[in-house]
Design a protein around this ligand. Structure first.
Ligand SMILES: [Fe+2]
Length: 191
């Protein structure tokens, strides 16, 4: 289940309806998906796509996405730091960034034009759709592991356009996980 942190407001949201309602204000879709058959760490990309075919096909129809693939990032992935450095600075894309997290975790920061920067920590079972043009950046969590389904309207539209604002440097890419939210009052739920 995703967690939202809004550092400027010293607020953390962890309840699914509150997370979805908050993200809706910024036109970011959030859903929880469950596989229709068992998956394991050994499952192939095709098996992952098949297990979520109903949800993927519905999202394709709704958002005009033409292709779907599976990325698999592990701590020993070659050139991992180079790959991550493309996305951990504030940028935007000409198309939506659609990710369903199969395994692992990640941290999106979003910089809306009309509100404070907020962080979305996503984990297994979370679908997030960040609309084209949204200023954001992405980091892995400490375990540097993520397996995710990506949907594209046109993969070439996913090239990052950097804002070079430097805003990203003011935010620590720290993940906490759902246990942190469960044990902290909302007013203290960030660092
Ligand atoms: Fe991005």
């Amino acid at each position: 289940m995703a967690t939202i942190r809004i550092p400027a407001e010293r607020t953390t949201l962890g309840e699914p309806a509150a997370v979805a309602a908050f993200l809706h204000r910024y036109h970011i879709d959030y859903e929880r998906w469950a596989p229709d058959r068992p998956l394991s760490g050994e499952s192939t990309a095709d098996e992952v796509l098949a297990a979520y075919a109903t949800e993927v096909d519905a999202l394709k129809a709704r958002g005009g996405y033409l292709t779907a693939d599976v990325i698999d990032v592990k701590p020993d992935t070659p050139n991992l730091d180079t790959m991550l450095a493309r996305f951990n600075r504030e940028h935007w894309h000409d198309e939506d960034e659609v990710r369903f997290i199969v395994e692992g975790r990640g941290l999106f920061h979003v910089h809306p034009p009309d509100g404070p920067v907020f962080a979305i920590e996503v984990e297994s079972g979370d679908l997030i759709r960040v609309p084209r043009g949204t200023q954001h950046w992405f980091d892995l969590c400490g375990e540097r592991r993520i397996r995710a389904i990506r949907l594209f309207q046109d993969p070439s539209g996913w090239t990052p356009h950097y804002t070079e604002s430097g805003v990203d440097r003011g935010f620590e890419p720290v993940c906490f996980g759902p246990a942190y939210v469960a044990h902290q009052p909302a007013s203290q739920g960030y660092r």
